[in-house]
Design a protein around this ligand. Structure first.
Ligand code: GDP
Ligand code: IMO
Ligand code: MG
Length: 431
């Protein structure tokens, strides 16, 4: 048995989809343990391009099994659409994808509530993906949520739905009468229910089964540590725990069974939506990173905010996740950028902060203290060995390792699977 958690260590979109797909050929099972269809994981191989939202990226590796764990919030309509999309592209999903019966569902009123809260928040809005994620997790913790098992059983589901509609109706008037909103939920209920039945399993049993059968299990986070509801830039976060600790809660894997953690990190920083971003570049360089890195949301298409690498935030994430290993992505996007800057601490007034602060006012006002490094020229794409990289690119990689306190198992130099250099032969999941 061997388990590996692949977790984002910035504000999401680090390239988790690419890395999970690359490592997925060594896995028997790939598990998503939190988030929902707010995620957008891009996988490019053999000239094909996929963006996955709910289904683990392992589905694109023939023969692998995939689980949507109990910690995920599942929009049945979005899941149906994603399965249809994959099957149309000749990816067999039936018999390979499983869904934990204790995962909670997102229904149309969760999406409405998400929009309502965002629109009512004015300047304080979070910039959510409007997929209903926060309201569905609120219901889960508030004990009014509806799980897949409940959704599949009409005699359980109907009274739960009525109770939720009664509770939320006063807020939902903008989206129609209670009757109309009920009809939105029920219109495709019967068809979706029959569609889902064959996929549904007891999630923890599925995970124990894999572990006991000595399978290799990969856990794929959505979002990233700085968007974690406990360890991120609260309240500008998502409503779940992407951190490695979330694996146990979101899948049923026991804490003692996590063997290793790999953090995925971009060579610079991006963030979509609102919230603190100490190293943000609001100038031409930020725009140039956005264009060259194609930094537009894989789910909502929104332009991503871009900035320098923030070693304070990543070091915080490396510790929380216990990620001994990192995969560095998008180094190619820094080609020709000179000098390259990395935030190594923050300044507030005349105080120096070496750790990421929890105070939201500090998060929004800290000034990064940068270390400058010489940039590298020329194209590095297509390079297959670390020694081929320009000396300044190698220096940058080494400096980041020291600053964040973890080792790079691999460096990615392009979007497709092949454009990856393996740096450390001791990495147990070396492709
Ligand atoms: P995820 O949410 O963490 O899976 O990341 P996204 O798929 O949302 O965003 C990462 C983007 O960067 C995608 O468009 C990837 O195709 C792309 N990408 C991943 N690795 C690299 C890389 O090393 N270089 C470049 N140029 N693009 C990359
Ligand atoms: P992947 O898995 C980047 C952001 C949203 C918003 C905040 C809350 O592709 O890395 P939510 O809809 O979750 O309530 O929005 O979180 N966000 C992401 N940002 N990548 C993601 O997923 C994200 N999922 C949510 O932009 O700021
Ligand atoms: Mg993404």
């Amino acid at each position: 048995m061997s388990t590996l958690v692949v977790v984002g260590v910035q504000w999401g979109d680090e390239g988790k989809g690419k890395i999970v797909h690359l490592l997925g050929h060594k896995a028997d099972v790939v598990v998503r343990y939190q988030g929902g269809n707010n995620a957008g994981h891009t996988v490019i191989f053999d000239g094909k391009h996929f963006v996955l939202h709910l289904i683990p990226s392992g589905i694109l590796q023939p023969g692998k099994k995939c689980l949507i764990g109990n910690g995920v919030v599942v929009d049945p309509e979005a899941l149906h659409e994603e399965i249809q999309f994959l099957e149309k592209r000749k990816i067999r999903v039936k018999g390979r994808l499983f869904i934990a019966d204790a995962a909670h569902v997102i229904l149309s009123y969760h999406r409405h509530l998400d929009c309502l809260r965002e629109d009512a928040s004015g300047k304080g809005k979070i910039g959510t993906t409007r997929r209903g994620i926060g309201p569905a997790y609120s219901d889960k913790v508030g004990r009014t949520g509806i799980r897949i098992a409940d959704y599949l059983n009409p005699t359980v589901f109907r009274p739960l739905l009525e109770r939720n509609l009664r509770e939320k109706a006063p807020l939902l008037t903008r989206f129609g009468s209670m009757k109309q909103i009920r009809n939105q939920v029920l219109k495709r209920y019967s068809a979706l229910r029959s569609f889902l039945v064959p996929f549904v399993v007891d999630g923890p049993q599925f995970v124990y089964g894999a572990v006991e059968a000595d399978k290799r299990v990969l856990f794929e986070s959505a979002q990233g540590t700085m968007l974690d509801v406990d360890f991120g830039t609260y309240p500008y976060v998502t409503s779940s725990n992407p951190v490695a600790g979330g694996v146990c809660i979101g899948s049923g894997l026991a804490p003692t069974q996590i063997d290793d953690v790999l953090g995925v990190v971009k060579a610079y920083t991006t963030r979509v939506g609102e919230g603190p971003f100490p190293t943000e570049l609001k100038d031409d360089l930020g725009e140039s990173l956005r264009q060259r890195g194609m930094e537009f949301g894989a789910t909502t298409g929104r332009p991503r905010r871009c900035g320098w690498f923030d070693a304070v935030a990543v070091r915080h994430a490396v510790r929380i996740n216990g990620s001994r290993w990192l995969a560095l992505t998008k180094l190619d996007v820094l080609e020709g950028v000179h000098p390259i800057r990395v935030a190594v601490a923050y300044r507030v007034g005349n105080k120096i902060l070496k750790e990421f602060p929890n105070d939201r006012e500090l998060q929004a006002t800290v000034q990064p203290i940068y270390e400058e490094m010489p940039g590298f020229q020329g194209s590095i794409r297509g390079m297959t060995r670390y020694e081929q990289l320009p000396v300044n690119a190698r220096r940058y990689v080494k400096a980041l390792e020291t600053l964040v306190g973890a080792r790079f198992a691999m460096v990615s130099l392009g979007r497709s699977r092949e454009e990856t250099i393996i740096l450390d032969s001791k990495f147990p999941w070396k492709p």
